[in-house]
Design a protein around this ligand. Structure first.
Ligand code: CP
Ligand code: NVA
Length: 316
């Protein structure tokens, strides 16, 4: 069953968005259907007040451009408000526990929390100790909002989701993990093409295989990239990671460049969650070339997150 074989109900049975692991294929389709509808209506100038009276707290312990702007605009375009909280300025993580913070901000009339931080366990603690929906805006392990926007972008460019093949080149990081999870849920083949020592977390790979994901993890570029509809890459050094010459040397052969692009299927598109480092994990001719859909991906953060927020916060 592909996206448009599914008839949306306008509901999902979820309180939070933490990893996407507990979301069914149908629930992901609900988000994508609503994202497509809201995007179309937004372009037609149709306005909404689905989240009138709702406020989203946005906690950032790491920097951001796309996540911060897209969540802010998503709330605004749905008639709600948002509150930006930097961990440089609030007590969280310094003189107050995540549990106490969760309890306090749940009692202030907020409708949801979006958090970008280091530990996935902190996001889970916020969800477990507070009473309002929590959305993961990136941790060291996952980036589920990015994965939703990426699959929306894949659908827009290829007209289908299931049966496509994405090869992810480089560091097996948070972005790779969430992409591998969503691909496993939606019947997209996923190849993690990574040098030894930089593969995705084996537990997450095993989880994806256990739910029927068509996953390969390989350090062989030819094998991984062959027949790919999408080539994806991300930075060598994620926020908070140590920058070492060993890692750069190991990852450099996996740079997404024209030589590698030529090994993929004809008409292959290239993706990157951004921010990108031209000349490091990706070359300029790939990032700025006709095969690149990176700015569609960035824009789709807005549309996918509007759908997530509408579904999770509507009744919160
Ligand atoms: N892709 C992404 O999450 O970008 P930001 O770090 O700018 O939010
Ligand atoms: N893997 C990157 C993604 C940034 C959006 C990081 O965590 O820094």
């Amino acid at each position: 069953m592909d996206l448009f074989d599914y008839t949306p109900t306008g509901k999902i049975n979820q309180k939070h968005l933490l990893t996407l692991k507990d979301y069914s294929r149908e629930e992901i389709y609900e988000i994508l259907h609503l994202a497509i509808k809201l995007k179309k209506e937004y372009k037609q100038g149709i306005t909404h007040d689905i989240l009138k009276g709702k406020t989203l707290a946005m906690i950032f312990a790491k920097p951001s451009t796309r996540t911060r702007v897209s969540f802010f605009m998503a709330m605004k375009q749905l008639g709600g408000d948002s509150l930006f909280l930097s961990t440089n300025d609030i007590q969280l993580g310094k003189s107050e526990t995540i549990e106490d913070t969760a309890k306090v901000i749940s009692r202030m009339g907020l409708s949801g929390i979006m958090i970008r931080t280091f530990l996935q366990s902190d996001v889970e603690a916020l969800a477990n100790h507070g009473s309002i929906p929590v959305v993961n805006g990136l941790t060291d392990d996952y980036h589920p909002c990015q994965a939703l926007a990426d699959i929306l972008t894949l659908y827009e460019h290829k007209g289908k989701i299931s049966g496509q093949k994405i090869a992810y080149l480089g560091d097996g990081n948070n972005v790779a993990h969430s992409l591998m999870i969503i691909c496993s849920k939606l019947g997209v083949k996923f190849a993690a093409v990574c040098p030894k020592g930089y593969e995705p977390n084996a537990k997450i790979t095993d989880y994806c295989k256990s739910i029927g994901g068509d996953i390969i993890v390989t350090d062989n570029i030819d094998e991984g990239v062959k027949d790919s509809d999408v080539l994806y890459t991300d930075v060598f050094f994620s926020m908070g990671q140590e920058i070492t010459s060993e890692k750069r040397t190991a990852l450099m052969p996996y740079q997404l460049n024209m030589e590698i692009y030529k090994k993929a299927k004809e008409g292959c598109i290239t993706m990157h969650c951004l921010p990108a480092h031209r000349g490091e994990e990706v070359t300029e001719d790939i990032l700025d070339g006709p095969m690149s859909v990176v700015f569609d991906e960035a824009e789709n953060r807005l549309h996918a997150q509007k759908a997530v927020l509408a579904l999770l916060l509507k009744n919160a």
